[in-house]
Design a protein around this ligand. Structure first.
Ligand SMILES: [Zn+2]
Length: 584
């Protein structure tokens, strides 16, 4: 916040100057003041605009802020002109400095990155460096683009569910890809799910299972591995859980994840959103803004091997798609986004009727259609630059979303499939394979799969998942393995094990478990625990073994602390209650 502090100092100096002048030359309405004050403020605001532009890459947004601030300068000037006493100019200066600080807060950590980060965060200011000259050969290192859409349910974009949403851009990408129709996330909320996706490690290994956890330095991320292989690496997106503070930026040359808090509480942001709702539809950058930065970054780095991770948040509540993506406009746009509403529904204090539930699902579908249209621009840029064909493009989500399938909504609270099942596609370089794989796999396998596709060496023993490449290269030897999910955010710690078409869900606090036949009962409504105790025990044993393996890997990687010991004891206790003294 260097510029912020400088702004404060300058404004305070101006105020002190105005005060001194007013005292010494009370009779003389100092002309220098009338010129100097607006000029100095203008210079400050010009600098603000430049910083804002560098930080967010949006001239329009920066211009909006500048216009608002200029209005402040004009009112200050008018106040000084008609009220020779120093009180009003002082007040004006104070308001102006607050406005400046607020505008700076709005540009938030993007600005912070620009000031403190290693390089230009969005690459936006250097963008149009691409010419029509042929791209230099980048050896056999194809561009890698990882697109993750927060909170995207698999059944909205894959398969023949009646709830499927028209997503032409994703359909086109899927048609060129190896598509895993039964992929599940390793965790039901953003932080552990994406930490797993970017490391190939279970949440039980990296330990990103609470609000404050930071990605351990001992962990080697996909970005670190690709950077070591000569890739330029960039991450752009939005979700407070993915901020630099949580060390998600490990391995990224450029990392532009604006802090949600910084976007949310700036006075300037609130004023702009309140009075210019069409231009500033929300206080967070939406998918359009994020796609813009991603496109600029791709253009800036098209001539070198690059890895771009793009994460968009819009399907996450608040469900507020732009009006053009809704069949009928929403009367109360924020109703289904207020955190109070989420809390009330989670606590069971609000019980929406069927019509309301359907409306929520429609709003969500509108978000999915909107995101699909915006991602089209990113994919079109890759095509325009002749990168699409050569690129490895991976598409995934961090988790799904419940719409009352098990009595609640949102995510982070259960391990049922509406929350765990996510899309997972790999568009291979040269599209050298296109396939649909129906085997149950975990997004945990994303990192080893990317490394395998690129032919980059890694030690499989130092990951908790395996490459999915055999599923399309040598399907005969590909093996379905048990999958695990963990790391709930609300309502107590849970575990899920998917094995042999069966899913065991465990509540570690209560010792309750449920067993579902995913083929006969894909909606997970009828637990078979009472009918099939041997299968329940098998699932429990798998969970306990997995726990032990993850603890071992944690030690081997040198990750400090024992984040999972309690859970291990809980699993042991449940096994003992079933009559198993140990799990060996
Ligand atoms: Zn998420």
């Amino acid at each position: 916040m260097l510029v912020c502090a400088a702004g404060f100092v300058l404004c305070a100096a101006l105020a002190a100057y105005a005060l001194a002048r007013s005292r010494s030359e009370r009779e003389d309405l100092a002309r220098t003041e009338l010129v100097l004050l607006p000029l100095a403020s203008f210079a400050l605001l010009g600098a603000l605009w430049f910083v804002e532009y560098r930080a967010v890459g949006s001239a329009a947004r920066a211009g909006g802020l500048l216009a608002g601030a200029l209005a402040g300068v004009c009112s200050l000037w008018v106040a000084r002109r008609f009220a020779p006493s120093f009180a009003l100019p002082l007040l004006g200066t104070l308001v102006l400095s607050l406005g400046a600080v607020s505008a700076l807060r709005e540009s938030g950590s993007a600005l912070h990155e620009w000031l403190n980060g290693p390089r230009d965060p969005g690459g936006a200011s250097k963008a149009p460096a691409v010419t029509s000259a042929p791209l230099p050969a980048a050896g056999d290192r194809p561009p890698v683009v990882l697109i993750t859409v927060d909170t995207l349910r698999a059944d909205r974009v894959l398969g023949d569910s009646p709830a499927r949403v028209p997503t032409p851009s994703l359909d086109a990408l899927a048609a060129d890809s190896v598509v895993f129709t039964q992929a599940r996330s390793a965790a039901p909320w953003t932080k552990p799910a994406l930490a797993t996706l970017l490391t190939g490690l279970s949440p039980l290994v990296h330990g990103m299972t609470n609000r404050r956890a930071r990605l351990p330095d001992e962990v080697e991320t996909l970005a670190e591995r690709l950077r070591a292989a000569g890739y330029k690496t960039g991450g752009v997106g939005l979700n407070a859980h993915l901020e630099r503070a949580f060390r998600f930026d490990q391995g990224f040359d450029d990392y532009a994840f604006p802090a949600r808090a910084d976007f949310g509480i700036g006075l300037g942001a609130r004023v702009l959103t309140r009075f210019f709702p069409t231009r500033y539809p929300g206080v967070f950058p939406n998918t359009t803004a994020i796609a813009e930065v991603a496109v600029a970054w791709i253009r800036a780095h098209a001539r070198e091997p690059f890895f771009l991770w793009l994460h968009v948040l819009d399907p996450h509540w608040p469900y507020e798609p732009p009006a053009e993506w809704l069949d009928e406009p929403e009367a109360e746009p924020r109703r289904w986004g207020e955190s109070e509403m989420v809390t009330a529904v989670q606590a069971g204090n609000t019980k929406p009727g069927q019509a309301e539930r359907e409306r929520v699902a429609e709003l969500y579908a509108g978000e999915v259609r909107y995101v699909d249209a915006e991602l089209a621009r990113v994919l079109a840029t890759l095509r325009e630059l002749d990168l699409y064909e050569r690129a490895l493009i991976v598409f995934a989500s961090d988790h799904g979303e419940e719409f009352w399938e098990h009595g609640r909504y949102e995510h982070g609270h259960t391990l049922y499939d509406e929350v765990l099942r996510v899309p997972l596609f790999f568009k291979l370089p040269g599209a050298d394979a296109r396939a649909t794989v129906d085997a149950a796999v975990s997004t945990e396998a994303l990192t080893p799969t990317v490394l395998d596709v690129l032919g980059l060496a890694y030690e499989p023993a130092r990951m908790s998942s395996r490459s999915l490449v055999p599923w399309w290269r040598t399907p005969a030897v590909a093996m379905t393995e048990a999958l695990f999910a963990s790391g709930t955010y609300y309502f107590g710690e849970k575990r899920a094990v998917v094995f042999d078409g069966t899913k065991l869900v465990l509540e570690l606090d209560t010792g309750r478990s449920e067993l579902f036949d995913l083929r006969q009962d894909p909606r997970e409504l009828h637990s078979l625990v009472a009918a099939l105790p041997a299968l329940q025990a098998e699932g429990l044993r798998l969970a306990a073994d997995w726990q032990a393996r993850c603890e071992g890997l944690r030690t081997e990687l040198g990750i400090q602390g024992d984040a999972t010991a309690d859970a291990g004891e809980g699993l042991e206790r449940m096994l003992q209650e079933l009559g198993y003294a140990g799990h060996e």
